[in-house]
Ligand binder design. Structure first.
Ligand SMILES: Cc1cc2nc3c(=O)[nH]c(=O)nc-3n(C[C@H](O)[C@H](O)[C@H](O)COP(=O)(O)OP(=O)(O)OC[C@H]3O[C@@H](n4cnc5c(N)ncnc54)[C@H](O)[C@@H]3O)c2cc1C
Length: 377
C-alpha cells in the first residue's frame, strides 16, 4: 500500500502535535514553519487532563509529566486574597504546568529532523503535493482566509494579557486564580519553585500602566511575583478570538487545526489543549476511514461541536471573570463562588477535561471513537 503524505503548515504546538499523530499512524509528514526556528517563547502553559491523555496517545505524556509540574490543591481568591473556592488535590484530573518551550520540545523530539522545514512560509495550498494539508497556521491563518474568504476575522475580546515566569523561587504556592474588578491573575507553580503566572485586565484599565501598576495593591505574593519577573521577559498580548464559528473545519483535502480553526479566549486554559486533541482525532480518523474525504468529514463532525462548546464556555468565563467591573456584579459573583460546594465547582472545572482520546492505531478499522462527552449530547 502507498504511504500517505501530509503537509503541515505551521510548527506551533498544534502543527507539531499533528505531525507526531500522523506519523504514529504510518503517514509521511512534512512541517513548514515560516519562522527561522521551531520553538515557543517564554511562558508557561497549563496542560489539562484531556490534553495529557491525548499526549499519552502521542507517546509523549510521560515526558510532559516529568518536565512539567502536576498541580495539587488550589482554588479561587478575591483581590484581597480571601479564598472563594478551595479545590482538593484531584489525582488524575490534575493540571500539569509546563514551560511552553519544554512542551514544544517534547513533541518535536518525536519527529525526525528531516521532516521539519523552517523559514518556509506557505502562501497557497494548491501547489502542495500531499494527500492531506493541515493548516495549523494560528489565529491569523492565511489558509483560512484563502479557503473561507468571507469568514469573519478574529475579534478583540477587549482584554490585555501578560504572561511570565519568575526568575526566583517562591516555595509553597498553590495553583490559584485571583478575581478582581476587571482583572484576573493566575498562578501555576513550577516544580523547581519558580512560578509561571498569567495576568489579564480589561484593556481600558491598562491605560493605568503595565502589569505591575495594574496589579499594584493585589494580595501577596502577586506584586512580588511581578517584581521577580524581568520586565523584558514579560509577554503582552491583546486577546482575540474567532467569535463566529466557521461553517466547517475542512475543505477538500485541507483540515484546519488549532487556533486556525477555533481560536478561543484563554480563560479556560484550553486553546493549546484543543489543538492537541484535534491532532489525535485527525490522525485517528485518517487511520480508520478508507479515504481522506471521509476522514476529514469525521474529523469535522467530531471536533466542531466540542470546540464550539468550549469556546462559548471560555467566553462566558470571561464575562463573569476578568470582564466583570461593576462592584455589585463582582460582589454577587464572589458570593455565588463562596457558597458553591467544592464538588459542584470541581464538576464545572472538569466539564471539558474528562474527554478521552481515540486510540492511535495504524490502519484500524472503524469504531475507535469514544461517545461524545455528555455536554455535547
Ligand atoms: C495569554 C494566553 C494564555 C494562554 N494559556 C493557555 C493555557 O494555559 N493552556 C492552553 O491550552 N492554551 C493556552 N493559550 C492558548 C494557546 O496559546 C493557543 O491556543 C495555542 O498556542 C495555539 O497553537 P497553534 O499551533 O494552533 O497556533 P500557533 O501557536 O499560533 O502556531 C502557528 C504557527 O504557524 C506559523 N505560521 C503562520 N502562518 C504560516 C505560514 N503561512 N506558513 C508557515 N508557517 C506559518 C507561525 O509562525 C506559528 O509558529 C493561551 C493563549 C494566550 C493568548
Amino acid at each position: 500500500m502507498r504511504t500517505m503524505k501530509a503537509m503541515i503548515v505551521g510548527g506551533g504546538l498544534g502543527g507539531i502535535a499533528a505531525a507526531v499523530a500522523l506519523r504514529k499512524i504510518g503517514w509521511q509528514v512534512s512541517v513548514f514553519e515560516r519562522a527561522s526556528e521551531f520553538g515557543e517563547v517564554g511562558a508557561g502553559v497549563g496542560v489539562m487532563p484531556n490534553a495529557l491523555r491525548a499526549l499519552d496517545e502521542l507517546g509523549v505524556g510521560a515526558e510532559v509529566r516529568l518536565l512539567g509540574t502536576p498541580q495539587g490543591t488550589g482554588g479561587v481568591r478575591t483581590w484581597h486574597g480571601r479564598w472563594l473556592v478551595r479545590l482538593p488535590n484531584t489525582g488524575d484530573q490534575r493540571v500539569v504546568a509546563i514551560h511552553r518551550a519544554d512542551l514544544h520540545r517534547a513533541l518535536l523530539s518525536a519527529l525526525p529532523p528531516e521532516c521539519l522545514h523552517t523559514s518556509a512560509e506557505v502562501t497557497d495550498v494548491d501547489s502542495l503535493e500531499a494527500d492531506l494539508v493541515v493548516a495549523a497556521d494560528g489565529i491569523n491563518s492565511g489558509i483560512r482566509a484563502l479557503l473561507w474568504p468571507n469568514a469573519p476575522a478574529p475579534v478583540s475580546a477587549g482584554v490585555t494579557a501578560w504572561r511570565g515566569v519568575t526568575a526566583r523561587t517562591f516555595p509553597g504556592l498553590e495553583i490559584s486564580q485571583t478575581l478582581g474588578r476587571g482583572r484576573e491573575f493566575g498562578i501555576l507553580p513550577l516544580g523547581d519553585g519558580r512560578v509561571c503566572w498569567y495576568a489579564a485586565a480589561v484593556t481600558s484599565i491598562t491605560a493605568a500602566g503595565g502589569v505591575r501598576e495594574v496589579f499594584d495593591g493585589c494580595h501577596d505574593p502577586i506584586p512580588d511575583l511581578l517584581a521577580a519577573t524581568p520586565a523584558e521577559a514579560v509577554l503582552r498580548h491583546d486577546i482575540h478570538e474567532l467569535a463566529t464559528p466557521l461553517p466547517s473545519y475542512v475543505s477538500g483535502r485541507v483540515a484546519l487545526l488549532g487556533d486556525a480553526a477555533h481560536a478561543m479566549t484563554p480563560y479556560l486554559g484550553q486553546g493549546a489543549c484543543q489543538a492537541i486533541e484535534d491532532a489525535v482525532v485527525l490522525a485517528a480518523a485518517c487511520a480508520s476511514e478508507p479515504g481522506v474525504k471521509l476522514a476529514l468529514a469525521r474529523y469535522d463532525a467530531q471536533r466542531r461541536p466540542r470546540t464550539k462548546a468550549i469556546s462559548r464556555a471560555a467566553r462566558t468565563m470571561g464575562t463573569f471573570g476578568v470582564e466583570l467591573r461593576d462592584p455589585i456584579g463582582v460582589a454577587l459573583r464572589d458570593a455565588v463562588l463562596r457558597f458553591t460546594p467544592p464538588r459542584l465547582a470541581m464538576r464545572a472545572m472538569t466539564r471539558f477535561s474528562s474527554w478521552l482520546p481515540p486510540a492511535l492505531n495504524q490502519r484500524v478499522t472503524g469504531g475507535n471513537f469514544p461517545d461524545p462527552p455528555a455536554v455535547l449530547k
